[in-house]
Design a protein around this ligand. Structure first.
Ligand code: E4P
Length: 217
């Protein structure tokens, strides 16, 4: 399972990269705005800064919602750096743009996916990644993890190569449950990755080992 971090915060990306388990980064316009990154030039520069920190795929989202404009913007994003994956919204023109980019060998991430049908369309259009948002489904009392299971089932039925990128991961249990279901990738905050480290028996066991070592020296 690949681990992506879902942030535009360079310090957090560095911290996750230094842990040695990071496979990529996802961003979106809201995450950019949260870091105060505004204006086209600053946003493009920020993507390059992220690519220079992380060893792996960096999803950069188009703002355009019409086919021709999506192609122009996505091409510009893809040309920024070889690690860039063009992130496209799950709308009609986004599906068409996905097909265009996949035919050209440009990698894509179809985002804002909330149903198995949308995931099926993304795979048919040749998406590299499909991003079902599990946390946002949980927020409206719908089982986000069940969507991951449905997509896994469908993709396995037809051996689609599109990778399931479980997005809107909010906490560590989401990461573990996605791994059990067989999501190819998860993207979440640094806390959801670091939470995997924690167990009280590890802490108390280590404290006892160190205490016993001191007794003998
Ligand atoms: C995915 O690529 C999105 O950036 C992200 O996972 C959305 O998560 P949120 O629902 O926590 O905003």
């Amino acid at each position: 399972m690949k681990f992506f971090i879902d942030t535009a915060n360079l310090a957090q990306i560095k911290e996750a990269q230094e842990l040695g388990v990071l496979d990529g980064v996802t961003t979106n316009p809201s995450l950019m705005a949260k870091e105060g990154i505004t204006g086209k030039d600053n946003i493009l520069k920020h993507y390059v800064d992220i690519c220079n920190i992380v060893d792996g795929d960096v999803s950069a989202e188009v703002i355009a919602t019409e086919y021709e404009a999506m192609i122009k913007e996505g091409t510009e994003l893809a040309e920024l750096h070889e690690q860039i994956v063009v992130k496209l919204p799950m709308i009609k023109d986004g599906v068409k743009a996905c097909k265009y980019f996949s035919d050209k060998g440009i990698r894509t991430n179809v985002t804002l996916v909330f149903s198995a049908g949308q995931a099926l369309l993304a795979a048919k259009a040749g998406a590299t990644y499909v991003s079902p948002f599990i946390g946002r489904l949980d927020d409206i009392s719908t089982d986000g993890l069940n969507l991951i299971a449905e997509i896994r089932h469908i993709y396995d039925n037809y051996a689609f190569s599109t990778e399931i990128l479980a997005a809107s991961v909010r906490h560590t249990m989401h990461v573990i449950d996605c791994a059990k279901i067989g999501a190819d990738v998860m993207t979440g905050p640094l806390s959801s990755i670091e939470g995997l480290l924690k167990h009280p028996l590890t802490d108390s066991g280590l404290a006892k080992f160190l205490e016993d070592y001191k007794k003998g020296n």
